[in-house]
Design a protein around this ligand. Sequence first.
Ligand SMILES: *Cc1c(COP(=O)(O)O)cnc(C)c1O
Length: 446
Amino acid sequence: MNKLIKRDLKYIWHPYTQMKECRDFPPILIERAKGLKLYDDKGNFYYDTISSWWCNVHGHNHPKIIQAIQTQADKLEHILFAGFTHQPAIELAEKLVKITPQGLNKVFFSDNGSTAVEIALKMSLQYWLNHGKKNKNKFIALDHAYHGDTIGAMSVSGIGLFNELFKPLFFKSFRTASPYCYRCPMEKERTSCSLACIKPLEKLIKKNRNEIAAIILEPLVMAAGGMIIYPKEYLEQAVTIAKRNHIHVIFDEVATGFGRTARMFAANHIDTSPNFLCLSKGITSGSLPLAATLTTDNIYDAFYADHKDKKTFYHGHTYTANPIACAAANANIDIFKQEKTLANTKIPLALFHQKLEKFQELSSVGDVRCLGAIGAIELVKNKKTKQPFAFTERIGLKIYKEGLKRNLILRPLGNVTYFFLPLCVTEKEIEYILDNTYRIIKVSGK
Ligand SMILES: *Cc1c(COP(=O)(O)O)cnc(C)c1O
């Protein structure tokens, strides 16, 4: 075993990792990266088909982002963000307001997706308090949702393997069925369902609206829940019902933001804006940690008062709006324009969708879903009955291990093998990635 790996295993505890398995299956030591490729210490390379946990947008080590980081590091590395400010944050806030859906005019910075979510939850609750509405302090979340691993974010996520253990710590939230069409909670078919799954949500909202501060949604793609891609009509109706009943709408676009759904934001697929928008992951194209929670003038104004009124938002994180991270985010957004990223992905992504469709014919593939650069393959033991592979069978891991032999990172979400591609992906790369994954699933799924 490589000496560095030995030291890693001696000192490091990795996320989402059963460390006992690292003895036989140690982490891969990556030395450098370029575009879609990660290079290890042994001279192998791997296609980063999941954008290093859904962060990377324009490819690894994009020269413009690296340049922005270097230039900013030479001038100012970090300062506190209360009582002080700096140009990279000001420029970024301005840019974010410009590119996000209409009405989101205020930007609150933090440093990761979970904090971006917790900030939206706290702002929503305090908004109602500042308006004298003391009972509006609960949230609605969807089954299979994922909003982060901190206690508050877990409290508004679906309950599953990741967070079940910690349930005693959660604050009480309302949960409702999610629009998971392949495993429809209403046991209907999409072609004839008339969106039946919106009904339980509507009922819940109508019954409890005086207690509910906000509903939190991952628009169009429930990512960690298994890349569940759902009809935009559900999103439209959920937003309409919530707004009609005076409930805030929080869009968690930590995963879907920055082009991943073929539009700049998943929210751009519908006509109405949320009251809060949470951004992180892709914001710096995966180069540095940063997050932002955007909100409206109306929310902001509810906190804008004399000091003695105690309406201030007392929340902050040490590395809020780190200047180097902001500079990277500015470069990330500029590249979209300079390189016409969204327009240039059209042809490769059409090929991606076309190739994904072919997976349907495999006996172990139950469902194939895709939107923009996101594609998911749900593996099943029995195609007819949709019976899932058992937890102990670890079908996803089997495919992951085969993937590594063919230069692919097919890190699964349970029984779902998925792609979350950087937007710089080429047709040639898509050919290689999809053709090889097809062969692997054909053999491993047997
Ligand atoms: C990853 C993710 C989060 C949490 O972000 P972290 O930076 O890991 O805390 C929140 N919401 C969604 C939708 C995510 O995909």
